[in-house]
Ligand binder design. Structure first.
Ligand SMILES: C[S@@+](CC[C@H](N)C(=O)[O-])C[C@H]1O[C@@H](n2cnc3c(N)ncnc32)[C@H](O)[C@@H]1O
Length: 234
C-alpha cells in the first residue's frame, strides 16, 4: 500500500463516527446520487440477487439496496476497519450481509454477482491503468447479465469544464462548511488524495472491456453515476 493510500484509509477510519453527516455537507445531492445508483438495477423487488458494494463505507449503498430488494444478499467490502464497523451496526438487522475487509488492490472474485456497485470510492485508484484493470476485475466478478454502476467524482472532457465543475463544487462547500474550511481542508485533500478520471474515457474503457449498454444514469457537474451490463449476444 502506498503512503497516499495509507493516508486515505487513516482519514476514513477517523471519520467513521461523523461520516454520514459530513458526506451530506461535502457532496451535492448525495441522496439523489445514491438513489440513481440503486434505481439503475432493473431486478424485481423480490429477486434474490447477489450484490457487491465496493468501498461500502458506513453502508449507505447497501442499506438502499436492501430497502429496495429485501431478499438481496449483500457483500460490503472496504479496507477501513471503522467504516466497516459502522456499516455492520447500520445493517445489523439484515441477515444476508457479509463484510469483507480488504484493499481494492487485493480484491479478486469469480462470476458471482448480479450487480457490483460503488459510490465515491474508485476515484481513489491511483491512475487510469489501475482503474481500467480494476474494471476488468469487476467484469469478471459479474455473472451473465450482471450490472456494474459506479457513483463517483469524475473529470470533465476539458480543463475549462473541470474548472467550472470545481467552482460549482466549491460554491456548495462554501455554503455548507464555510469558505475557510473548503479552501484549507477539502480542496487540498481533493488535490492530494483523489484521482478522478475523465468520464468519457471511463465509458470507453467499459465498452472496450466488454460491457454493453454503457450509459450515464445521473450527472451533476463532476459527480456522475455510470456503468453497464455484462451480457453476451446482441
Ligand atoms: C468516500 S467513502 C464512500 C463510502 C460509501 N460508499 C458512500 O457512498 O458513502 C470511500 C470509501 O472507500 C474506501 N476505500 C478507499 N480506498 C480503498 C481501497 N484502496 N480499498 C478498499 N477500500 C477503500 C474508504 O475506506 C471509504 O470507506
Amino acid at each position: 500500500m502506498t503512503s497516499r493510500e495509507e493516508t486515505i484509509l487513516r482519514h476514513f477510519d477517523g471519520e467513521a463516527p461523523i461520516y454520514d453527516e459530513l458526506i451530506l455537507k461535502l457532496i451535492p445531492r448525495y441522496p439523489e446520487m445514491i438513489d440513481a445508483l440503486v434505481s439503475a438495477l432493473p431486478f424485481a423487488t423480490e429477486a434474490e440477487i447477489h450484490v457487491l458494494d465496493l468501498g461500502c463505507g458506513t453502508g449507505s449503498v447497501a442499506a438502499a439496496v436492501l430497502h429496495r430488494f429485501p431478499n438481496a444478499c449483500m457483500t460490503c467490502l472496504d479496507a477501513a476497519e471503522s467504516m466497516l464497523a459502522s456499516a455492520r451496526a447500520r445493517l445489523a438487522r439484515f441477515p444476508n450481509v457479509a463484510f469483507v475487509q480488504t484493499d481494492f488492490g487485493d480484491w479478486r472474485a469469480g462470476a458471482e454477482y448480479n450487480a457490483v456497485l460503488s459510490s465515491l470510492a474508485l476515484h481513489h485508484l491511483e491512475n487510469d491503468e489501475d482503474k481500467r484493470s480494476f474494471y476488468r476485475r469487476v467484469f469478471h466478478a459479474l455473472s451473465e447479465g450482471g450490472l456494474f454502476y459506479n457513483a463517483d467524482n469524475v473529470l470533465g472532457a476539458s480543463d475549462a469544464l473541470d474548472r467550472m465543475y470545481v467552482g460549482k463544487w466549491m460554491a456548495y462547500l462554501d455554503a455548507n462548511v464555510g469558505e475557510k474550511e473548503a479552501r484549507d481542508v477539502w480542496l487540498p485533500r481533493y488535490r492530494a488524495e483523489d484521482r478522478p478520471a475523465r468520464l468519457v474515457d471511463q465509458l470507453h474503457w467499459l465498452e472496450a472491456i466488454g460491457f454493453r449498454d454503457v450509459d450515464i444514469v445521473w450527472k451533476r457537474f463532476n459527480f456522475a453515476v455510470y456503468g453497464g451490463a455484462k451480457r453476451s449476444g446482441a
